[in-house]
Design a protein around this ligand. Structure first.
Ligand code: UD1
Ligand code: CA
Length: 461
């Protein structure tokens, strides 16, 4: 598709009352502008054809954009309205092409709507095609004005509406396809003589019509796709809608929810059937989960790949891979770079970081394993620590298959425990332990006879 897209994302977001730019406010843990980018890209518009108008909090928006791809950005130094914002990106208005303009604060616009509106735009030979929707409560949206013959002739902002216009339930979504030349010719005609003192992009419709151009409407079949968020209340509403939409799709996929209390699942998460999601479970980022798992209660999973029949109870897992039949929890943290192989068991108050844990290994209680390569069938006693950091550098610990790490063992990295080796409880291991051997590092037990008889405690009693 030979089209450019301009995303408006410079607004101050005064009504949101946030220190960060409005378009960075999140719906299901993803900034609103991220949703818009997904849909624009999904409609077949490549990164280099997408220009984003930035202004308030430009650095924050740009940093996010960089994490998502290579987009063009245009600085709008002063916020003088949506029309003024588009003026900053004049070089995106390539003669002969069509250009999509949309708002970074309306996350639900989807690729299908963008593509269908373009289809309508080109087939009807329009100069501008506005995506509209019908709302029982048109709230703060701009109203679609039709002339006596029913032809679309203008958009009037709520603040500028007459009492009669306020009753109109057909609203402007803020998504438009323009013939680039028509938009370019209309922009210089904008004025800020209105209730907000801003250059409204919406006024280009009337200008195009007055110049003898053709304005058309594409009515979104599902009005939900045009919803935007200007305030915290709007944002909460969008989160509620999105949450139930994602859960609804997962129900169709055979995922089980006994309750949706505290459950938040991102839109890019996939979950296999017969997996049960318990209350208080948040799953986000690019996460893939297999079948027959039990996740939750109170579990947070971010960017993880999880196999089948996995149980995670009160677990926080980030950027980790978890194979089949793993059981973890309660109160477990899996930090980035964790790989748990089949059948691993991680018990209460255990933290694993940047480590690979082999098949059927058990790390059952109160243990930290960091920067380690652990074989299969290993058993960690209670309270073990891999001391991976000397204050300057981090080192790895290597543990062979079937090794037995006694309770309260400190493994001072870099160190290697051989296959089938044992460390005695309470040992601090500073040098490598050969296979099949026992490493003991502690003082002999000293016995003092008749201690009770002489002790102060007994005398006092
Ligand atoms: C706008 C439309 C309204 C439509 C609604 C749909 C105008 C004048 N009004 O109203 O008809 O129903 O969207 O959601 O266009 N922005 C800039 N620079 C600016 C001002 C805004 O980049 O100087 C950006 C904002 O960051 C936002 C978008 O443009 O992403 C829309 O601005 P906003 O102030 O939210 O417009 P609405 O009042 O919602
Ligand atoms: Ca808005």
């Amino acid at each position: 598709m030979n089209c450019n897209a301009i995303i408006l994302a410079a607004g101050d977001g005064k009504r949101m009352n946030s220190s960060k730019p409005k378009v960075m406010c999140e719906v299901l843990s993803e900034p609103m502008i991220g949703w818009v980018l997904d849909s624009v890209k999904g409609a077949g518009i490549p990164d280099e054809n997408i220009g984003v108008i930035v202004g308030n909090g430009a650095e924050i928006v740009k940093e996010y954009l960089t994490s998502r791809g290579e987009f063009r950005t245009f600085m709008q130094k002063e916020r003088k309205g949506t029309g003024h914002a588009v003026m900053q990106a004049e070089e995106m208005l390539v003669s002969g092409n069509n250009v999509l303009v949309l708002c970074g604060d309306a996350p639900f616009v989807n690729s299908a709507t963008i593509a269908a509106a373009l289809n309508e735009h080109t087939h009807s030979g329009n100069d501008v095609t506005v995506v509209s929707a019908e709302f029982d409560d048109p709230a703060g949206y701009g109203r679609i004005i039709r002339d006596e013959n029913g032809a679309f002739s203008a958009i009037v902002e709520k603040k500028d509406c007459t009492l009669e216009q306020l009753q109109i339930t057909e609203i402007n979504s803020g998504v438009y396809w323009f013939r680039a030349d028509a938009l370019k010719n209309a922009l210089p005609g904008l004025s800020d003589n209105n209730a907000s003192g801003e250059f409204y992009l919406t006024d280009t419709v009337e200008i195009i019509c007055k110049n003898g151009g053709k304005a058309g409407i594409f009515t979104a079949p599902d009005p939900g796709v045009v919803l935007g968020a200007n305030s915290r209340a709007d944002l909460l509403q969008l989160n509620i809608i999105a949450k139930m939409a994602v859960i609804g799709k997962l129900l169709d996929d055979g995922v089980e929810f006994v309750s949706t209390d505290g459950v938040i699942i991102g839109k890019n998460v996939s979950i296999g059937r017969d997996t049960r999601i318990l209350p208080g479970t948040i799953i986000r980022g690019n996460t893939v989960i297999g079948e027959n798992c039990v996740l939750g209660p109170n579990t947070l999973i971010e960017n993880c790949k999880i196999g089948n029949s996995v149980t995670l109870n009160n677990v926080q897992a980030y950027d980790s891979r978890i194979a089949d039949r793993v059981k973890a929890g309660p109160f477990v943290q899996l930090r980035p770079g964790t790989v748990l192989h089949d059948g691993v068991k991680i018990g209460d108050f255990v933290e694993i970081k940047n480590s690979e844990i082999g098949i059927n290994t058990a790390v059952a209680h109160l243990t930290y394993v960091g920067d380690s390569d652990v074989g299969k069938g290993v058993n960690f006693g209670c309270g073990c620590v891999t001391a991976n950091y000397d204050g300057i550098n981090k080192y790895r610990t290597k543990i062979g298959d079937y090794a037995f790490i006694g309770c309260n063992t400190n493994l001072i990295a870099p160190v290697e425990i051989g296959e089938n080796a044992t460390t005695a409880a309470g040992s601090t291991i500073t040098k490598s332990v050969p296979p099949d051997s026992l490493a003991v590092e502690r003082a002999q037990t000293k016995i003092i006879d008749h201690w009770e008889k002489n002790s102060k405690r007994i005398k006092k009693a």
